[in-house]
Design a protein around this ligand. Structure first.
Ligand SMILES: [Mn+2]
Length: 375
């Protein structure tokens, strides 16, 4: 019986704005396209049977036409070699009337399938002894695999979902969930997951399940390099999953205490050693107190080093991190209003948008705090 080889990616977020990178945002937006092209190259050169995109291919349901055309071009490269592409819409590119995923090459290429339904549906892949099961993200917050069992008679059963893994007491609410129990009883050989922006093994029972994470980093922190997963299935053994690095940039967030580096010259030397033109680094500086730090020109250090990094941002943190204690700030005060707006924004955002909201909160609290509010 022939095996099955899959390249699994998710959360590409083509078209994302990367506002927190300032003037470099545009470059990273371009890089996402280049990295996606590299993923397609990899699918071609390694002759996989199928590329799976587990949601958030685009950052929006209505990306710019030229960006859609680029992706259509890439999918056509796979299609002409007989390589299948199976896509589910995610939280960012959810199904919308007239949305990009329902038109053009997404609807017409013979080897491209988009699973649009809010409940589990499946598609048999012609020429492969395989069936792919999945659903588009829905807002209902239920377990997407509740009561599901892959019943097809094909040799290989593969699932694809854009959902949060349910962790009791930690992750219990999201637009779509998937639980350990439902994965274990799904009858799937492999489940390709998207939505969480870091790679992870969530295999349960006889089902191998992974988040691939994004191929190119999207937000500060983590520091993980962008990967895709090569999944190889053969008779007689569980699917083998191997990460392959495809991302160019790395985004890191670093906490640094004044005492660790001693003085401004020490800070410069410390950061200089980290210089890397593909690294976006946010450094949060604490405890820069004492004579050795008086007159430290952080902006000067940042400016001097900026060209040696993809992006560098030094943030001086005064004392403890802000806590959103709404009770301490009446709604009638400027600070109270600001914090309520910030809390609402942060509750409704994710990923890069959340990072922007957090940064706004930090700057706002800093500013208001200096004007005499409590902090
Ligand atoms: Mn995403």
């Amino acid at each position: 019986m022939p095996g099955l080889r899959i390249l699994h990616t998710a959360d590409v977020h083509l078209g994302a704005a990367f506002r927190f990178l300032g003037p470099r945002g545009r470059e990273q937006r371009e890089q996402l396209k280049a990295t996606f092209s590299r993923v397609v190259d990899l699918a071609l050169t390694s002759q996989v049977d199928m590329l799976i995109i587990a949601g958030d291919l685009f950052d929006s349901p209505f990306p710019p036409a030229a960006l859609v055309a680029e992706v259509e071009y890439q999918l056509a490269r796979l299609d002409s070699e007989g390589i299948w592409t199976v896509i589910v819409p995610g939280t960012h590119d959810r199904p919308q009337p007239g949305g990009a995923l329902g038109r053009g090459a997404f609807a017409s290429l013979p080897h491209v399938r988009v699973l649009f339904e809010p409940q589990m549906t499946s598609v048999r892949l012609e020429g492969l002894d395989a069936r792919v099961y999945g659903s588009a993200v829905s807002r209902e917050g239920r377990d997407a695999l509740e009561g599901f069992r892959a019943e097809g008679e094909e040799r290989w059963k593969v699932g694809v979902l854009h959902a949060s893994f349910l962790v009791p007491g930690k992750v219990e609410r999201d637009e779509m969930l998937v639980s350990a129990r439902s994965i274990a009883s799904s009858g799937l050989h492999y489940l390709a997951l998207g939505h969480w922006h870091s790679r992870g093994d969530f295999s349960q029972g006889g089902t191998v399940a992974f988040y691939s994470g994004p191929p190119e980093p999207l937000e500060m922190g983590g520091g993980e390099e962008g990967c895709v997963l090569m999944v190889e299935m053969e008779d007689g053994s569980p699917p083998r999953v191997k990460p392959i690095a495809v991302g160019r940039r790395r985004f890191r967030r670093l906490e640094l205490e004044g005492a660790e580096v001693g003085d401004p010259a020490g800070l410069y030397a410390y950061l200089r050693r980290l210089a890397d033109r593909d690294l976006a680094l946010e450094v949060r500086l604490r405890g820069m107190r004492g004579d050795e730090w008086s007159g430290c020109d952080c902006e000067g250090v940042e400016e001097e080093l900026a060209q040696l990094f993809f992006h560098l941002s030094l943030v001086q943190v005064a004392g403890e991190a802000p806590v959103l204690d709404l009770g301490a700030y009446p709604e009638t005060t400027v600070m109270g209003r600001f914090m309520r707006i910030a809390a609402e924004e942060m509750a409704s955002r994710e990923g890069e948008d959340l990072a922007v909201a957090e940064e706004a909160l930090r700057l706002g609290l800093d500013h208001l705090g200096r004007r005499g509010g409590r902090s």
